[in-house]
Design a protein around this ligand. Structure first.
Ligand code: SF4
Ligand code: SF4
Length: 373
């Protein structure tokens, strides 16, 4: 197992994300989840990441039961404060945090994060004194290291990662998202500030594990024995500045595949990295049109959500994930769907990309409606 130094701790390069543990109906499949966690631990994984609301608030108590059977100094546990649920400042912060300690059956959290931060939640953190509260918990020994997980633009990241209190940050990062959210620029900035980066969503919620064969041909040609998902995990772990990569595992096969990647880990070579860029380009080339979500064409007088339909259609062609496309299209109101376009043409005059919106909506409608049948 590869270990990295992070905030003075020896942390396994791969962490167990506990937001997608296997379920049996409404409950966590305790037997299978325990088997998966045991295998990961036996192979040297020592970092377990959960959050207050993961799995309908079932993740923390399950992990508390599991981890409390182990020596407390044999693992690191990470959990997060959902500021969006804090209405009464310190009172709610204490209430949620005490609840977390109780559920996780511990006196302290090793890595504690403000959860899913954006400009709005950073503003709220300031307003309610969340950072002062965090520093107080640290002083009391109830949290050991403090940071934040992040979903917003690079500009917002740049503004907040430089705050004195930040010891580490957790970013969405994978070979398709290098220009999204904090992205490559964010990882480089954190590295220059000596702030360790924890990667989340290295496999982009599973989409980079199940790509069509023609898209991943460069992977198969170079390393036929590597799984498609393992390329995404290797990419994240190989990235300079990344100290830890979380994988939200749901099956024993995923655990074994990920462990196979990190045991005797070798960073991607130049040739392997080239294959990653080729696959990325193959995915980008599969986009059906160049809608940039600028929304100049909106509103449609008949209620069609033009960029929403194009986003689903493009993503479907990029990743080939029928289930995700069906789910997203099915959740749209009927009048918002591509099938409701009356071909008036009003939108096309407004599109700076000169997209033939009517033709593309007709094509998107034919494919997406077929998924609903
Ligand atoms: S062409 Fe279709 S999508 Fe465009 S404005 Fe008319 S009805 Fe709406
Ligand atoms: S104006 Fe064109 S590029 Fe902008 S959202 Fe509408 S279709 Fe997409």
């Amino acid at each position: 197992m590869l270990y990295n130094e992070m905030c003075g701790e020896k942390v396994s390069a791969l962490g167990f994300g506990c937001m997608r543990l296997p379920m049996k109906g409404e409950e966590i499949d305790a037997e299978l989840a325990t088997l998966m966690l045991d295998e990961a631990r036996d192979a040297g994984v020592n970092y377990f990441d959960t959050a207050y609301f993961y799995l309908g608030a079932r993740s923390e108590p399950f992990m508390g039961d599991y981890l409390s059977r182990l020596p407390r100094d044999s693992y690191y546990v990470a959990t997060k404060m959902p500021l969006w649920s804090v209405n009464e400042g310190e009172k709610d912060l204490n209430k949620i945090f005490n609840d977390q300690l109780k559920k996780l059956k511990t006196d302290y959290i090793d890595f504690y994060l403000l959860h899913s931060m954006s400009q709005g939640t950073f503003d709220k953190a300031k307003e309610i004194g969340a950072v002062e509260w965090l520093l107080k918990q640290k002083k009391k020994g109830r949290v050991r290291h403090i940071g934040f997980s992040f979903h917003d633009s690079y500009e917002v990241f740049e503004k907040h990662v430089t705050e004195d209190w930040v010891e580490f940050c957790q970013l969405q990062y994978n070979y398709m998202d290098i220009d999204e959210q904090a992205g490559d620029k964010g990882v480089d900035l954190a590295k220059s500030l000596n702030i360790p980066v924890i990667v989340m969503e290295p496999v982009k919620g599973g989409t980079l594990a199940n790509l069509p064969d023609d898209i991943v041909e460069p992977f198969k040609r170079l390393r036929p024995d590597w799984s498609v998902a393992s390329w995404a995990i290797r990419f994240a772990i190989s990235r300079s500045g990344v100290k830890h990569t979380l994988s939200g595992m749901s099956t024993l096969e995923q655990v074994r595949d990920n462990l196979g990647t990190v045991i005797d880990f070798k960073p991607l070579t130049e040739e392997e990295l080239d294959a990653v860029w080729q696959v990325r380009q193959n995915i980008l080339n599969s986009v059906k049109n160049g809608c940039t979500d600028c929304r100049y064409c909106m509103p449609c007088p008949f209620g069609v959500n033009i960029p929403g339909n194009f986003s689903i259609w493009n993503t479907y062609h990029m990743y080939g994930d029928k289930g995700a496309a069906r789910w997203r299209y099915g959740r749209m109101k009927e009048e918002e769907r591509a099938s409701n376009c009356r071909k008036c043409g009003k939108c096309e005059e407004l599109c700076p990309q000169k997209i033939k919106i009517r033709d593309d909506l007709a094509a998107a409608s034919a494919e997406l409606e077929a998924l609903l049948k």
